[in-house]
Write a new protein. Sequence first.
Length: 349
Amino acid sequence: MIGFLISLGIILLIIAGVQLVKVLDLSAELQGKGNENEVSTEGENRTNGTLYFLFMIAFFGFVIWLTARYKDFLLPAPASEHGQGIDDMMHLNLVIIAIVFFITNILLFFFAFRYYGRKNGKATFYPHNNKLEVAWTITPMIALAGLITYGLTIWNSTMSTTKYAPDEYLKIELYAKQFDWTAHYAGADKAFGKASYRLITPANVLGLDSTDAHNADDKITKELHLPVNKPVLLTFRSRDVIHSAYLPHFRVQMNCVPGMTTQFAFTPTKTTAEMRQDPFVINKYAKINELRHERLPGEEDVQFDYLLLCNKICGTAHNNMQLKVVVETEEEFNAWLAQQSTFIDNTTK
């Protein structure tokens, strides 16, 4: 309701502004100032130039305020080996974009302020300059070539699944469907068996083939547990529509496509407990809980958890499609995994 009233208020303000402009035009016409062929005066041009300059100051102030106001709600430092490379590339791009953004907008508004239309003023006719053409063609080309080369280096390093020997990877399949995730851990053989949508039942949500020995000791869970500093190879499947597995704190994202498998390898470097002690995370969640208490008095505090999200709009409950992720020591992980029942045990109950 509040959103509707705000939208209605904005619409009414726009209508009122349009009507005010019409009234001013009619008033000028009645006073004999409404000649359509009349150009703006030097005073009007000076006023507009000054307003442009003042708008530039307000605009940049608003941009800086937004950055300072919401920077604490950004992601903390990456919790994976490859994550720092992703962040470095993003920061480099943002710095370059920010430099271009400020320079071009300063020039735009300053020129409107400095070179407003003056009576009897005459613009310089400057149709062409080969040196300028070369400069503003070669410079962006070199910058883009450098960024693309750097980006491809990061991409190839991030997407590589050959950094470790195949047996060193912990192999986990993430199964997506509207609107939840299921984690599937390979057994001692470190291999996944056959699966088919025809075999899906309430007791076998992944459609695993119970006659395939590779599936017998696999474990199916509704939480994703990962051992810290151990390479993980995630394989993705989808039952229904395209989903996108997104692990923001690890800088991991991969589409889950019906009828095919995709994969992503990474190494988590911070446990959940370590992230909860990170000063940035502590400050961020203090602000989150403060906002929650303002809007929902009596609500309990929330604490940091890694999450697996769906980053592809997949239906009405897309926003609730998430899975808790726990990063822990290898000893804690092994103890947790040992408590989980195997696929064959679940199907024979």
